[in-house]
Design a protein around this ligand. Structure first.
Ligand code: SAM
Length: 326
């Protein structure tokens, strides 16, 4: 089976076309070794089931199992939850979202990437259809308490249970983490919420922007540019980190290896400087290496590196540029 990823899928994705049928769309975030995802597929033959996961081992193992068991109503997507929710799914399209045992190390330094936080819950609510269900399970009491508070303060969701959570959920298949918690005698906390008629937070689908480039003039040669390169980090705003990591020389190009972090996506890609026909003129643009998507962060990176290139020499100037709003 071909590996699908949020980097390669269209933004937003036409799920009916991908599955070959228009059916209710069910999402599981962080399916791990897939027990729950396979159960969803078997018990919802008339739905399109999407599982997203970041761990390669889990992806490979569940892809093999889905193929072996001929579960044709499942698609496995390599993606961070945030990327899938913001770029792939349109508002009011999901009939169920399942999150099982997320963030086991949520108190560590990774806590800022925690799945259950306001921004991510807002985009989940925005993507749920009216009456759609959101299920969460955890075995960490602090995580349960934090989630209970967050969910209860979300106007677009109603608790289906009479209590903030339940300690058992009838009919559930036991996931790997859940099994371990049970064997080790830890309690589990299950949440069940339903999308109500309150307006959802407005969270637009992030689609790709224009391809950007900078044309500049400098007395420096490609070798001079290469020699002056040093890795730098830039934070054009509170949410974006741009890093230039390495530089490389090709036949008639200099290539910069870049990394950009944005709230919804991390990208590793190349920016390329190549000479133009006019003397001393060069173009800086995004290279095709690594399948870059033209997000606001990438546009900011082109602007940042264009600026860096002209600052290398007092006589260097930008001739023209296409940089969107940056
Ligand atoms: C503790 S495991 C639980 C796995 C499985 N749901 C279970 O119950 O056995 C958490 C899983 O979520 C995945 N994960 C963590 N953060 C994620 C994110 N932001 N987007 C997608 N998957 C994520 C991890 O790779 C891991 O497989």
């Amino acid at each position: 089976m071909q590996k699908l990823s949020s980097i390669r899928l269209p933004w937003p994705t036409d799920w009916a076309a991908l599955f070959g049928a228009e059916r209710p769309l069910i999402l599981e975030i962080g399916f791990g070794y897939g027990a729950f995802l396979k159960h969803l597929a078997r018990t919802n033959p008339d739905a399109n089931i999407v599982g997203i996961e970041i761990a390669n081992q889990c992806l490979a193992s569940v892809e093999r199992a889905v193929e072996r068991e001929k579960l044709t109503n499942v698609r496995i997507i390599q993606s961070m939850a945030e990327t899938a929710l913001h770029h792939l799914f349109t508002p009011a399209t999901l009939s169920q979202v399942h999150i099982n045992f997320p963030d086991p190390w949520f108190k560590s330094r990774h806590s800022h990437r925690r799945l259950m936080q306001r921004d991510t819950l807002d985009v989940i609510v925005s993507r749920l259809q009216p009456e759609a269900a959101l299920y969460l399970a955890t075995d960490i009491i602090e995580y349960a308490e934090m989630s209970a508070e967050l969910l209860a303060s979300t106007p677009g969701l109603d608790n289906v249970l009479p209590t903030p959570w339940a300690n058992a959920m009838v009919g559930r298949v036991v996931t790997k983490y859940e099994g371990r918690a049970q064997r080790e005698g830890r309690a589990c906390y299950y949440f069940a919420y339903r999308r109500n008629a309150q307006p959802a937070p407005e969270v637009p689908v992030i689609v790709e922007g224009e391809m950007t480039h900078v044309v500049f003039k400098t007395p420096l040669s490609l070798d001079d540019i290469l020699a002056r390169f040093e890795g730098v980090e830039n934070r054009p705003d509170a949410d974006t980190i741009i890093k230039s990591l390495h530089s490389y020389r090709g036949d008639n190009v200099v290539m910069f290896e870049m990394f950009t972090h944005e709230p919804t996506i991390d990208q590793h890609y190349a920016l390329v400087v190549s000479p133009r026909e006019n003397d001393n003129e060069y173009t800086l643009k995004v290279g095709t290496l690594g399948y870059p998507r033209h997000t606001p962060g990438l546009q900011k990176a082109v602007a940042f590196m264009g600026d860096w290139l002209v600052r290398l020499h007092p006589d260097a100037v930008i001739v023209h540029h296409k940089l969107g709003e940056y």
